[in-house]
Design a protein around this ligand. Structure first.
Ligand code: GLA
Length: 378
């Protein structure tokens, strides 16, 4: 018995560091992704065997919960995490062989980890016939990253990897986890999302991400609200006046205005005004650079070069401190805009960036070849 599922990486159009503040995000799923093949009873012994096409050594572990989990290479925690957590939740997970194969570049901020976690979770759910619903699958995949891997991320990446739809961005309310596909007809409007992977090393990204999250939670506590989502944009000045810490004020201003930008972008897309979202994307970048302070010189240089070359809007996407920049660019200008980024990087003696266009693809889906019982038997 085998189940094969593919789950994508993602780009976030707008809504950065709002997810763990119970706010709004608007990502879309990419065509690159991870394929997970899960076979019951094929590990050759009583344990779980994990093999990645991108890693030299397979990993085999005894079947346990998270508390008794052995030391394993980092990449395999994203795979085994689902099995450990399901075991903790009372599921008797049988011996399994899991193979994963990903074409999401790692370290680029395109959520190769969500693609890995989500493809495995969906294939395991399918193979074991668990029947997890949308909410349970999301909770499991987010918990793998938070609890089994130990990254304090906010869930956006897993939500869009599970639920993204072709031709659409996914408007997500990160408090209720309600999602709604919003049409993103780039080609129909003669536009492209040009992605510049800056290849900037992720300097201190782990520690800084956690520090931003703790700062936001502390600000919410001082303001007496459950999360920064609960500060309305009309009450922002009032909230800022009540905080005596300059750093926390900056964080609050970013999160509250960023939530508002997501809602504005969604309204424009609903009104079929894609070309008008550009200034909101650029404002989002300024907010990340000046208020949340999560950009780096490579990222700012790429944004400036894209805007100078005629992009309607440009911003860093993802957690920050490196990674990718996106530009909303008229199709005829894509090549020129890419050349402008390359030239600006050469001038600054930065590592050469990688450039590609992205379009919204579908979220996690089953691939043919997965057989439960049936023709291949069990
Ligand atoms: C990373 C995290 C997400 C989100 C973004 C920033 O991608 O995994 O949960 O917080 O950063 O928006």
């Amino acid at each position: 018995m085998t189940a094969v599922w593919r789950a994508p990486g993602r780009i976030n159009l707008v809504g950065e560091h709002t997810d763990y503040n119970d706010g709004f995000v608007l990502p879309f799923a990419l065509e690159v992704g991870c394929t997970a093949t899960v076979t019951a009873g094929a590990s050759g012994d009583d344990g779980w065997r994990v093999r990645s096409a991108q890693e030299a050594q397979p990993v085999t572990v005894p079947r346990t919960g998270l508390g008794d989990a052995p030391e394993v290479p980092d990449w395999s925690r994203y795979v085994l995490g689902a099995l450990w957590l399901l075991t903790d939740r009372g599921v008797d997970v049988p011996p399994l062989a899991i193979e994963v194969d990903s074409d999401v570049p790692t370290g680029a901020g395109l959520s190769s980890s969500a693609a890995l976690v989500c493809s495995v979770a969906r294939a395991v759910d399918d193979q074991l016939g668990l029947g997890l619903d949308d909410d349970a699958l999301f909770a499991l995949t987010r918990d793998v990253e938070n609890d089994a891997v130990g990254a304090p991320t906010g869930g956006m990446d897993q939500l869009v990897s599970l639920r993204g739809q072709e031709g659409h961005a996914l408007f997500c309310d990160m408090r209720s986890h309600d999602t709604r596909p919003v049409p993103l007809d780039l080609a129909g409007q003669g536009l492209a999302v040009l992605v510049a992977d800056t290849r900037a090393p992720h300097r201190h990204s782990d520690g800084e991400y956690g520090a931003r999250r703790r700062g936001c939670e502390e600000a919410a506590r001082r303001l007496g609200v459950p999360a920064l989502r609960d500060v309305a944009v009309g009450d922002l000045d009032d909230a800022l006046a009540r905080l005596d810490d300059a750093e926390l004020r900056r964080y609050v201003r970013h999160v509250v205005t960023e939530d508002d930008r997501v809602l504005s972008v969604v309204r424009l897309l609903d009104d079929d005004r894609l070309a008008d979202i550009g200034p909101l994307l650029t404002a989002s970048h300024a907010s990340m650079r000046d208020d949340f302070q999560i950009t780096v010189p490579e990222v700012d240089t790429a944004v400036d070069a894209l805007l100078d070359a005629g992009a309607l809007g440009a911003r860093m996407t993802g957690g920050g401190f490196g990674g990718c920049v996106i530009g909303l660019v008229p199709e005829p200008d894509v090549e020129r805009a890419g050349d402008a980024v390359r030239a600006a990087f050469a001038d600054a003696a930065f590592t050469e960036p990688a450039l590609f266009t992205a379009r919204p693809a579908r979220g996690a889906h089953r691939l043919p070849g997965g057989v439960r019982g049936g023709a291949l038997g069990s």
